[in-house]
Design a protein around this ligand. Sequence first.
Ligand code: C5P
Length: 314
Amino acid sequence: MRSYSLLAPAKINLYLEIVGDRPDGYHELVMILQTISLCDRINLLANCTDAIRIHCDHPQLPPAQHNLAYKAAQLMVKQFPDAFAQYGGVEITIDKQIPVAAGLAGGSTDAAAVLVGMSKMWQLGLTLPELQTLATKLGSDVPFCVTGGTAIATGRGEQLDFLNGLDNLAVVLAKHRHLEISTAWAYQTYRQQFGSESISKAENGQSGTAQIHSEPLVKAITQENGIQIGQLLHNDLQKVVLPALPEVAQLRKAFQREGILGTMMSGSGSTVFALCDSQLQAQQIKQDVKAEMNDPDLYFWIAQFSSAGIQVLA
Ligand code: C5P
């Protein structure tokens, strides 16, 4: 088949702890990642030329060559020159629904969809471990995006241990449209401000210490205990983002309302989410926070926890 349509879901971080510096310049992390039902749609069309082209009318998307979906197609060309010679390049159309530079892995999930879709289109039959090995070359969150669900992510974020899927919880997400946070900025600022703290954590036994910190949340997830999950949400990057960006701090405060299970910034922000028992409650929270903030730059989404990664539609 020459064309494929795929759904590429966003993720939120239920937990993000920085446990040390790494020799490769990255940070050693312990995260708990959760797929949600907010999705981009990716269409791939074999073009029988030697070109890779990106089509997307979203104004905030990086130019083609810097787009992670483009880099994913380039990686496939490099890894599988025979298939490229046989089938040619690809037109990639991105229907962007996930906000950009928002801490929701929007770029990473598009890249994961390109890997999965091109493997099908070129009839390579790549297995999940093979796709994840390729995904690691593109970014720390891309391997998780291939599979989706609920997972503990360690190392740079690419080493995954999957937990039983959660799908009974809902989230309301909000983001200031103009606020884009660079992930690299957030981590660098954390290193400048709290570097010695994370190094001492590492010296105390590195991820072993962090796993003890994240363990109660893992237990709550295993027991599907929404109340405890809400209370145990954690994100170290809030320590640098909230003081630097008062709008995000204000949003986080506005979400702290009676009835919700918990609230947290996702990844490096600037999205903040509130965990809810049901879509109905999420709708109510959205209305209340929207009315309180009364800010036309603030956008809201409602989504459900999901166990599906990249889905091939046709
Ligand atoms: O892996 P990815 O390209 O998504 O990471 C974006 C940036 O986030 C990196 O360039 C790095 O500055 C920072 N980062 C980090 N430690 C990680 C993951 C990301 O410092 N484990």
